[in-house]
Design a protein. Sequence first.
Length: 95
Amino acid sequence: MPKAKEFTPDYAVHPGKTLEECVSSAGWTLCLFADRTGIPQEEIEAILDGGDSITEEIAARLEKTLGVPAKFWMNYQREYDATLARLSKGDKEGP
C-alpha cells in the first residue's frame, strides 16, 4: 500500500490569528482581555499582528484565561516557526 503524502502547506498561519478569534468569540475587547490575562495590551496586539511569538509564560496565561491548553499554543507557535523556516529555505514540498 503506498504511503500517504504528508500535507505540507506553502503558507504559515501565526497563532495570533487563532488568538484573535478566541478573544472575538468571547466578546472581549483587547483592553478587557489584557486585564484578564495580565499581559500588556501592546504585547497582545503584537501577537495578534504576528510580530511577537507566544512564549511559555503567555501560553500559561492564555490557558488560565481562555481554557485552551498552554501546550496547544506552544505547539502552534513551534509549527508556525518551523513552517516559516522551511518556506524560507524554498522547500515547499517538505521532506
